[in-house]
Design a binder for this molecule. Structure first.
Ligand code: DQA
Length: 144
């Protein structure tokens, strides 16, 4: 089984960026954590981050027929990008959304998410451990 973990704009800045919201772990720490967890579960994982909406869309499209499911934290594009939602719909694979912070306890403009309209579940406010929970959930959906 091969999955894609997709991270949108500014997620490469965690550890530096607003640590009271996103924590002290760096993006490299997050990638190591995901890689280690997937290895322990015998899953192939590709982690991709981009600050550019079109690159995220290209990555989703290029995953068609190559992976079994997607974990997506589209960052601020979650709240704006119909195009990312359409790309997820286009390839039709199971997907789980993650937000490191609890978007529902933050500004109102963060309460709505386009990917959430497609994703099977959204995991919010559990810090970077939310990605590991999302991996478990995604595997369950893929195996169903
Ligand atoms: C985020 C929440 C978004 O509102 C924000 O724009 C991000 C990160 C999160 O992981 O909590 O960049 O997706």
């Amino acid at each position: 089984m091969r999955i894609l973990v997709l991270n949108g704009p500014n997620l490469n800045m965690i550890g530096i960026r607003e640590p009271s919201i996103y924590g002290q772990e760096t993006y490299e720490d997050l990638c190591n954590k995901i890689n280690k967890y997937c290895a322990s579960r015998n899953i192939d994982v590709e982690i991709f981050q981009s600050n550019h909406e079109g690159d995220l869309i290209d990555k989703i499209q290029n995953s068609y027929n190559k992976i079994s499911g997607i974990i997506i934290n589209a960052g601020a594009y979650s709240h704006t990008s119909i195009a990312i939602l359409d790309a997820l719909k286009a390839i039709g694979l199971p997907a789980i959304e993650v937000h490191i912070s609890d978007v529902y306890k933050r500004e109102e403009f963060r309460h709505f998410s386009y990917p959430a309209l497609y994703c099977k579940e959204s995991i919010v406010g559990e810090g970077t451990d939310g990605y590991l929970k999302a991996i478990d959930k995604l595997i369950n959906y893929i195996e169903k």
